[in-house]
Design a protein around this ligand. Structure first.
Ligand SMILES: Cc1ncc(COP(=O)(O)O)c(C=O)c1O
Length: 441
């Protein structure tokens, strides 16, 4: 790889809007070539685009693996990757090879995992409204844990378990800790569609039922307090609230869910896996949780989000003097609905001139028939940006492709994994034929 150092924002001064994209937000394997263009693990990104087109998700496979290994080192094998963040067969195989567990939240996610050969005993089945069909599939596949979410589910699952067999389950509880990005609040009541409220007393009633169940073996307690959380205090509060309930359950497995945040834009903090692990374990010790308990986590975003970028081609540029410059690309809310759903921010940069000053304020929009189809509301690009250029948004590895849609009958993008030994297409681009497949005329 023809790699040279890109210009980096100095650590001693505050980042300015026109600075080049901060390289720490790009996948680990990225570098800048002598001609200023973006490379990833020996592959020139514009060459990948020539082969696979745009929009294109490009994942740094080595980085996913190294992040998975780091988690495994910190938590042992008691880490389940939350597959809702991004799932395909290649991803399931990777997670299996790295020895993690897999969290699925629907029959569809379960089937993808099984079709990739993921060991069923390492699968955790979630869902606040699992159908009987989904529960039967989980039972017949022999998934390791089914996470019980409601009283009705206890009734149904007890009936579905074949006579002479038993199913191992966790109870999902709502601790009443509501986590926001930088803070948490304790909610008076447990206003959530998920799980059994601890404060309302439902969790205790469910626990008493499960303890005497003839067909369900309660082996653990599960909770999840939110996503994109930077405040370790939120997790500490979760541990404190769960500790007495966990003790009363008399089980060994305690899963604190996922939720760790990652930086998407310049200036956002990085919380290391090691800090998360230390905070959870120290809090568990301080709350009197037995050292023999299995402390488990279920990260999605923090494992994969930083490992991918999405590359688009600029199709039109519309300048409205004194108001705004719209840069329109060939994707949009159909491949990344996060800005529309959560008002999420992203950085954006020129693929062929990564280190250029981004001196033009722009709004990057998609091609969909919605004024709200915005990818980057307050973005910066070099003023040289023109129609036909490739631009990219980093940190798109989680909840982008997995939340993709076919709005306006736009096909979902292709996804490429790049590793040290080359690259491979893991999800091909959706075609018009795919779009017509369901249409019976
Ligand atoms: C039960 C459960 N576990 C894990 C996760 C993963 O969360 P994150 O991607 O924020 O780590 C989620 C996300 O919604 C979840 O609902």
């Amino acid at each position: 790889m023809d790699e040279a150092a890109g210009s980096v924002v100095g650590r001693d001064r505050k980042p300015e809007p026109a600075d080049p994209v901060p390289l720490h937000l790009l996948p680990q394997g990225c570098g800048v070539g002598r001609d200023g263009s973006l490379w990833i693990r020996g592959q020139k990104v514009s060459d990948l685009v020539k082969e696979f087109g745009t929009p294109l998700f490009i994942y740094d496979e080595e980085q996913i693996r190294s992040r998975a290994r780091e988690l495994k080192q910190l938590f042992g094998s008691d880490v389940a990757y939350a597959s809702k963040a991004f799932l395909c067969k290649a991803m399931a195989k990777l997670v299996s090879e790295e020895g993690l567990h897999l969290d699925v939240a629907s029959g569809g996610e379960l089937l993808v995992a099984l079709s990739a050969g993921f060991p069923s005993e390492r699968i955790v089945m979630h869902g606040n409204n699992k159908s009987n069909g989904e529960l039967e599939l989980a039972l017949s596949a022999g998934v390791g844990r089914i996470v019980i979410d409601s009283f009705n589910e206890i009734d149904r699952l007890e009936k579905l378990v074949k006579s002479g067999t038993r199913a191992r389950v966790w109870i999902r509880v709502t601790p009443g800790v509501e986590a926001h990005t930088h803070e948490f609040v304790m909610t008076g009541q447990d206003d959530s569609k998920f799980g059994f409220g601890i404060l309302s007393g439902d969790a205790k009633i469910a626990l008493d039922r499960l303890k005497v169940s003839q067909t369900l073996d309660l082996v653990g307690v599960h909770a999840h307090i939110g996503s994109q959380i930077f405040s370790l205090d939120s997790f500490v509060k979760e541990v404190e609230v769960l500790a007495p309930f966990f003790a009363s359950a008399g089980v060994e497995e305690l899963n604190f869910g996922g939720g760790l945040g990652v930086p998407y834009v310049s200036g956002e903090p990085i919380v290391e896996f090691a800090d998360w692990s230390r905070a959870l374990k120290d809090a568990a010790g301080a709350a009197g949780i037995s050292p023999s308990a299995r402390i488990m986590v279920e990260p999605g975003r923090s494992l994969v989000a930083p490992t991918a970028i999405t590359v688009y081609e600029v199709g039109t540029i519309k300048e409205i003097p004194g108001i705004r410059t719209y840069v329109a690309v060939d994707g949009g809310m159909s491949d990344n609905p996060r800005p529309v759903l959560y008002n999420s921010g992203y950085e954006v940069f020129l693929v062929e001139d990564v280190s250029a000053r981004r001196d033009r304020r722009v709004t990057v929009v998609g091609k969909h028939c919605e004024s709200g189809d915005v990818l980057v509301k307050d973005g910066q690009l070099p003023s040289s940006t023109k129609v036909g250029d490739l631009i990219a948004t980093p940190v798109t590895g989680a909840y982008g492709y997995s939340m993709a849609s076919n709005y306006n009958k736009v096909g979902r993008p292709a996804v490429v994994f790049v590793g040290n030994k080359g690259y491979r297409l893991v999800l091909r681009r959706e075609t018009v034929d795919d779009l017509l497949l369901l249409d019976l005329g």
